[in-house]
Design a binder for this molecule. Sequence first.
Ligand code: UDP
Length: 379
Amino acid sequence: MRIFFLDQSGKPGGAELCLIDIAKPYSHSALVGLFADGPFKDLLEQNHIPVEILATQTIQVSKESSLAQGLKSLGQLAPLITKVIKKAREYDLIYANTQKALVVGALASFFSRRPLVYHLHDILSTEHFSQTNLRIAINLANRCASLVIANSQASKTAFIQAGGRSDIVEVVYNGFDLKIYQTDEPGINQLQQKLGLQGKFVVGHFSRLAPWKGQHILIDALAKCPPEVTVILVGDALFGEQDYAQKLHKQVTDLGLENRVKFLGFRSDIPQLMAACDLVAHTSTSPEPFGRVIVEAMLCGKPVVAAKAGGVMELVEHGLNGFLVTPGEPQELAQVIITCLQETEITATIANNARTTASRRFDVATINQQIAQLLSHRF
Ligand code: UDP
């Protein structure tokens, strides 16, 4: 099957990393069309997936920017849309991976008479998007998409609650290449040494810096933990959240935690960095649609503490394969960090359980089979 994937971003957020795994099996006859240049293009090329930058001028691609604005600038988007329609005729299927890709993909689907799949990586609720955004996304999906793939039950439920058609939506979790998460001990020791983490109890946070990802909650919790607890913040302000990054630095200074928090920026060695941690914290203050980081930590055999909301509750069962805390509660988070620091045996058992179940549930080979089956049934 020849698939024309569309994604609005030049930067590799969770949806883009997921797309790499989905596009790989189709790479001999697929194309990924991007609306912006950037490191995501390099990642696709490294994975031998054909990619083309389709936008002739810069389009506002900030993740949470309004879809309505996007529609208003349809005139400005005209060259992109024309290009997408022309290209779409060379493929059997259009696969929109983001909301702006849905807008462009829907038009291209109509004019090129190619079916449209929408991969929904968001919780479509007013907590994350404006009413207008929601209405546009739901209407386009309902009218133009033959299939909506939701990345969790939580995303599917929100889609239906917002007016999405239940007969077109299916849940497929993100898949992960299990080999990548088997790390070697000497390499990890070296990394710990390089980062000055030896002898510390390291809590890792792996996410772009954005207010709703809640890095500030972890910093507040750290101030309530014993001095051997150290935090690494892995990730950068990917979609214009520079102010938040500055606020985090100020918070660290105000709390006198300069020696206990390391900002590592965007990194590509996530499994190694996770293996160098004692605990991985996920602190989103709004419901997370899926939470790739949680599964990645589980696959690395690391205990996870995560905010109890959205898709996270489909991944973590408190006390069995991880820990759940109330979103936005630093005190509760600090308590779990201290428990993990003290109760090492129980924590290790929980992390081992998590590795076993996550390897079974999220193996990319199984997930890709699910997608292949959905596509072959419908198209
Ligand atoms: N990530 C990364 N480098 C970083 C920070 C994060 O590669 O410096 C990856 C992380 O491992 C995960 C993805 O970015 O696979 C983030 O996905 P998630 O579902 O947690 O959040 P999203 O960005 O989709 O909101």
